[in-house]
Design a protein around this ligand. Structure first.
Ligand code: N7H
Length: 455
């Protein structure tokens, strides 16, 4: 049985607070740091058990994770068995198709980030107070390398990312953890998310059990540019106004309307009641009832949702056969071991009126992307590299994921966004999501923090 007091809170459930600070540090004095980790940090680390019942969670939650260079700095020499983690995200850039490091935050270029502390709370004051206390107590044992302040968007945009779409709807649950999954929610072997649990087939040190790899990416979003693209290219479906045609294009790029309603269930118009109904808003497979596999040559099936849509690229459901991932047909890998738990949060200000009228981003905003998995090659890297960036996935000519698909900055072709003409290819010359880089971390269990990481 899963020991929820030992699993950091952000991994399975997400800390899900309005304010979150990502504090990236390097370790200057390993000996002192190891001592303080036990006395100062560990008592503040929030466990999954603590947030199960949201009414008893602490006002300010804290999680901590380490990069490979961080493990090395702490003289932890065991091999965690994950190549991307061991090499660091910078080395993985070729697999991710980032157009070099010109857009990277300079602090992510290099290997000087040893760890990240995630602080989450309802108020910025709480976060800042806790950070100040930590900094004082950790003293010169660490050095701040970089930090990113993130926050839920205001008012009725709360829970929506900067393009305006409701986020955080579809995350996998692990077996035996959540008694009643929501309809359509993926339930995956525990070892797909937590290291050392059933389903994780890689050899790892015993202390790594119940930890998880944390992928962090600072993903800038060019919101005014995205909106301009939608305005300029409305889908001219019969009966739709230009505005509705633009909204439809955006919804088909994501696979969901702004309310969260899936386009597969509501192909032409948003349906906010559906979007807000967690019994229905994830309950679809891309096939009709009774079918177990999408007919990938029947492009008419894209009239409800294009194969290229962001949520379809990153979780193809019945496109790989049902039950999800049970099949492995030819070139298409079963999806069963390609799930991640996403815990990202927006950063940066709302679009200003100046930006909206000029259609140009002037101040950076985006998504502080966080993903947990037991295996980065099968998890984040697979979704980004083998699916989103792979124009051949899933039909052979699906094109890129229009949201996150990366082509090293070159134009990206996307098929079937236009339901009035499914064979039409749309070429995107702007990356609406720009990678500012990031790092790969390991988020250990609380017992590992207290034993292996402390002194
Ligand atoms: Fe995505 N977006 O607003 O466009 N994502 N995502 N993502 N994403 C999802 O279903 C978005 C990114 C996944 O289970 C929704 O919860 C943006 C990366 C997966 O059906 C929306 C960025 C990766 C899912 C967005 C971004 C993924 C998902 C719908 C970057 C992995 C669930 C809400 C700035 C490599 C699919 C929901 C499922 C959903 C957006 C990044 C993966 C609205 C803006 C880098 C697996």
């Amino acid at each position: 049985n899963l020991n929820l007091t030992d699993v950091q809170a952000d991994i399975l459930l997400g800390m899900k607070k309005d304010k979150e600070l990502f504090f990236f540090f390097s370790i200057a004095d390993a000996k002192v740091f190891k001592a303080k980790l036990k006395t100062v940090v560990l008592p503040l680390v929030t466990s999954t058990d603590q947030i199960l019942n949201r009414t008893t969670e602490p006002d300010t939650m804290l999680n901590i994770a380490f990069s490979q260079t961080g493990l090395t700095a702490l003289n932890i020499t065991d091999d965690l068995g994950d190549a991307p983690f061991a090499g660091g995200q910078l080395k993985d850039i070729g697999n991710l198709n980032d157009p070099g490091t010109t857009n990277w935050v300079p602090q992510f270029v290099g290997t000087s980030i040893h760890g990240v502390i995630l602080l989450a709370s309802g108020s910025v004051d709480n976060v800042n107070t806790e950070l100040a206390t930590l900094k004082t107590k950790l003293g010169s044992s660490i050095k701040e390398v970089y930090s990113l302040e993130a926050a839920a968007r205001p008012g009725n945009q709360q829970g929506h990312e900067h393009f305006g779409y409701l986020d955080g709807i579809s995350n996998p649950s692990v077996e035996g953890f959540q008694p009643t999954p929501f309809p359509g929610q993926a339930v995956v072997p525990t070892g797909e998310i937590l290291v050392g649990e059933s389903g994780d087939k890689v050899q790892r040190p015993a202390w790594a059990k119940d930890g998880s790899f944390l992928v962090f990416r600072q993903l800038e979003q060019l919101v005014p540019e995205f909106n301009k693209f939608l305005t300029d290219n409305p889908i001219r479906a019969p009966g739709l106004t230009a505005q509705q045609g633009s909204d439809l294009l955006g919804a088909r790029m994501i696979g969901r309307w702004k309310s969260g309603a899936p386009v597969f269930l509501s192909p032409l118009h948003d349906d906010p009641v559906l979007g807000g109904d967690n019994q229905r808003n994830n309950n679809f497979t891309y096939v009709e009832p009774g079918q177990t596999h999408t007919n990938l040559t029947d492009l008419a099936s894209e009239s409800k949702c294009p194969f290229s849509a962001h949520i379809r690229k990153t979780r193809p459901r019945a496109d790989l056969g049902l039950p999800e991932g049970s099949s492995n047909d030819g070139s298409i890998q079963g999806s069963s071991n390609h799930h991640i738990v996403r815990g990202g949060i927006p950063y940066g200000p709302e679009v200003s009126s100046d930006e909206a009228t000029s259609n140009k981003t002037k101040t950076e905003r985006g998504l502080a992307f966080v993903a947990y998995q037991s295996n980065i090659v099968n998890g984040f890297q697979f979704l980004q590299r083998r699916w989103a960036n792979n124009a051949g996935f899933v039909t052979g000519n699906t094109g890129f994921d229009p949201i996150i698909g990366a082509n090293k900055g070159l134009p990206r072709n996307v098929s079937a966004l236009d339901l009035t003409n499914p064979s039409r290819t749309i070429t995107l010359t702007t990356d609406f999501v720009v990678s500012r880089g990031g790092e790969y971390f390991f988020s250990p269990s609380l017992s590992a923090l207290s034993k292996t990481f402390s002194a």
